[in-house]
Ligand binder design. Structure first.
Ligand code: NAD
Length: 263
């Protein structure tokens, strides 16, 4: 999966988007973190407000936060009150050092030698990610993939929630997916503006994706999850994250090839 998150100096800010699969994956890659980061379990500041996010947090650190959040929510559901970075490392596959460093970008949350208060860290991470409110999402392209995405999202997620679905096929318009009526693509801009939607999913054929992206941005969308196998051109400040199943499978094919590659 390729991912783009805001990051000064990032090519995406110039309005370019990498092709699908053109970025490192979310698990365990180096992040080029600035040298000013301070290990996080050094201070007990769990009683005070989290420090505001620093100006520059590496893309990959941001992308690890939801992984930590999921692990913490699992631990909390298992009645863990305090967790160490080692506990989180065991759940996520990231190193304790990596986890402490990532959290330190947003302030120190833990107590040295003790760990993090699970409920406090869950709240902080949800706040940092903007998930302490429902994030409304628009999806464009209610075909095979789009329909599956809406079903999955609407039955499982409350914080990041698809609230509007659009398609250009008259045969699809007016049909329902999980209680959402598919709206005509012509209504996209007005509905997105009216609802203040900033995040959208593109699940249209590749040939239609760039124009859909342009219209989404025009309507005020600043973050796009793109499933179409095409590199989108977007203005500076708009974030595109690409998901390309085929590229993921093709790279995995390397690990099951019959003969080790030579040279
Ligand atoms: N199906 C998969 O497993 C899968 C997996 C990964 C990626 N993708 C990619 O996701 C995209 C969708 O795949 P799919 O299999 O769901 O295709 P699909 O043909 O089933 O659905 C595409 C939908 O987009 C709609 N559409 C076309 N142009 C539009 C426009 N301008 N505005 C609004 N709606 C428009 C079509 O009417 C259709 O309902 C493709 O780019 C595909 O390559 C699909």
């Amino acid at each position: 999966m390729a991912a783009r998150v805001p990051d000064p100096g990032d090519p995406q800010r110039t309005g370019r988007s990498p092709g699908p699969g053109g970025e490192p994956g979310p698990y365990g890659e180096p992040d080029g973190a600035p040298g000013s980061a301070v290990p996080s379990e050094a201070n007990d500041d769990s009683r005070v407000a989290a420090a505001p996010a620093p100006a520059r947090v590496p893309d990959v650190a941001i992308r690890r936060l939801p992984v930590y959040l999921r692990a913490l929510e699992e631990l909390r559901a298992e009645d863990h009150e305090i967790v160490s970075s080692a506990d989180l490392a065991a759940r996520t596959g990231y190193s304790s050092e990596q986890i402490r460093k990532d959290l330190a970008y947003f302030g120190a949350f833990g107590t040295r030698g003790v760990g993090y208060r699970c409920d406090v860290l869950v709240d902080r991470l949800r706040h940092i990610l903007g998930l302490d409110r429902e994030v409304p999402i628009a999806l464009v392209g209610a075909g095979h993939l789009g329909t599956a995405l809406v079903r999955y999202n609407r039955t499982r997620h409350r914080d990041v929630r698809i609230v509007a679905v659009f398609d250009s096929d008259p045969g699809r318009i007016g049909q329902e997916i999980e209680g959402l009526v598919i709206q005509p693509a012509e209504a996209m801009e007005a509905v997105i503006r009216e609802a203040g939607i900033k995040l959208a999913v593109i699940a249209v054929p590749a040939a239609a994706a760039q124009e859909v992206a342009r219209r989404l941005v025009e309507a005020g969308v600043t973050a796009i999850l793109n499933f179409a196998p095409v590199s989108l051109q977007v203005p500076p400040g708009v974030v595109v994250q690409n998901v390309d199943l085929t590229l993921e499978l093709q790279s995995l094919a390397y690990y099951i090839r019959p003969e080790p590659a030579t040279g």
